[in-house]
Design a protein around this ligand. Structure first.
Ligand SMILES: *Cc1c(COP(=O)(O)O)cnc(C)c1O
Length: 415
């Protein structure tokens, strides 16, 4: 069974002001997660988490993370603006983009973010825009790596990063052009529950840093292990032990970096791990349908959470007030889109669901609301923050029809 930081009574009370569907985030859960992460890497001077904004681009969440010492990882101008409006500026932002526009680089340079180059050709591209900044990071794609999974695919097929030789060439060029501070970034997994992932990635990057020192006499000052740490979506899966991960990386550091007399700050850009388990999509059962299968129709749709429809991802579902009741059968839990993949669960064992029951969809805090869209004229739902003292706070209102029609203001009927 999965824990819930709220009850059916809470939902009944909140839904009077905030009709379902809505997202709720558990502030206490996020706080503990970030505090533990910093503790696990406290041995590394300069450790910093740059939260991947795309996971949960909500200012209240970003402000909370800023307060806890995190920066952000951005890939677009709106993400830069969200960071700045949340109090995150300058080198507390890493701009890890790809297929970047001139305007995006300009905006990132203007706010003083660390630029993470996705390709060697971007050196020239960037130089045409402005003088190169003092600090540059380059994204590395080693082509082969033995801890990888389906979402990322095989590294030869992934569009991100530069090859080994290109990184060496890029650093040599950047050094000759006056760049002073260097970092390497690499993201080789997505949603990995393998605790060896970060230590093995760190080992590879630490060795690369030594090679760069030897061949180019450049001190790599920071290494960005990026995101990719997974969360247990299924009740049968175990969460990773972040302290074991921090320790595993420390061993590699002591084995490789320290004997070489180098000092390297470690960065992470976790998204899913930080907010994923602490966000919930709450929806209401509207209809029950019995045809060739049993269906429970709810008021949320994959416009609110597309991971199940997009990746067949498992999200656990609790029927509120019936958390301890036995399953009575298998049901498809479906939304209202005119699309047959609009299903939150397929043949899921659930207790008896009555019309009006609230269903909580777990682990929706990252890549959940942020992936939402407006297909079928579905309006985006609200986001709420459950404060550690039990208060509920709206942090994003639901989209209105006026919001939805806002870009039609060029049409006289919508003015
Ligand atoms: C998506 C992304 C992340 C965050 O990934 P998670 O799986 O949510 O941890 C971090 N860095 C980059 C560059 C990304 O694209």
């Amino acid at each position: 069974m999965k824990n819930l930081p709220f009850t059916k009574q809470n939902i009944e009370c909140w839904s009077q002001n905030y009709p379902t569907p809505f997202y709720v985030y558990d502030e206490a859960g996020i706080r503990k997660c970030v505090t533990d992460l910093y503790e696990a890497f406290s041995w590394n001077k300069g450790f910093k988490e740059y939260f991947a904004v795309k996971a949960t681009p909500t200012p209240a969440i970003l402000r909370l993370l800023n307060e806890l010492g995190c920066g952000t990882d951005c890939a677009s101008i709106p993400e830069l603006v969200l960071s700045q409006k949340s109090g995150i500026n300058g080198k507390n932002i890493i701009f890890t983009s790809n297929e970047t526009t001139v305007e995006e680089y300009k905006a990132a340079l203007n706010c003083g973010a660390i630029i993470n180059l996705d390709d060697i050709t971007h050196i020239e591209f960037l130089e045409k825009i402005a003088p190169l900044p003092d600090t540059i990071c380059c994204r590395y794609n080693p082509g082969k790596f033995n801890i990888t999974n389906d979402i990322m695919g095989h590294l030869h097929d992934t569009k991100f990063g530069m090859t080994h030789e290109q990184i060496l060439d890029a650093f040599a060029i950047l050094k000759s052009k006056g760049v002073k501070h260097f970092g390497i970034h690499s993201m080789l997994a997505s949603c990995s529950l393998v605790e060896e992932y970060y230590p093995r990635l760190a080992k590879k990057l630490f060795k690369f840093a030594l090679e760069i020192k030897e061949k180019l006499d450049i001190n790599v000052e920071f290494i960005d292990l990026s995101g990719g740490i997974g969360i247990p979506y299924k009740p049968t899966e175990e969460p990773v032990d972040i302290f074991a991960i921090g320790d595993g990386v420390r061993k590699m550091y002591e084995e490789i970096v320290e004997p070489a007399g180098l000092e390297i700050a470690l960065f992470t850009e976790m998204g899913r791990y930080i907010t994923g388990p602490y966000g919930y999509l709450v929806t209401k059962a509207l209809h029950y349908k019995h045809i060739y299968k049993e269906y429970i129709g709810v008021d949320a749709s994959c416009c609110d959470l597309m991971r199940p429809a997009m990746y067949g991802a498992y999200h656990h579902i609790s029927v509120m007030g019936k958390e301890n009741e036995k399953a009575i059968g298998k049901f498809d839990v479906v939304g209202s889109l005119c699309e047959n993949n609009d299903k939150f669960a397929v043949e899921r064992e659930l207790p008896h669901v009555e019309i009006g029951d609230y269903l909580t969809i777990h682990d929706a805090g990252a890549h959940g609301h942020s992936m939402g869209y407006n297909y079928n004229g579905k309006l985006r739902c609200a986001e709420l923050m459950l404060k550690p003292d039990g208060q509920i706070q709206p942090i994003r209102r639901a989209q209105s029809m006026e919001d939805y029609f806002a870009t039609l203001d060029i049409d006289p009927e919508f003015k």
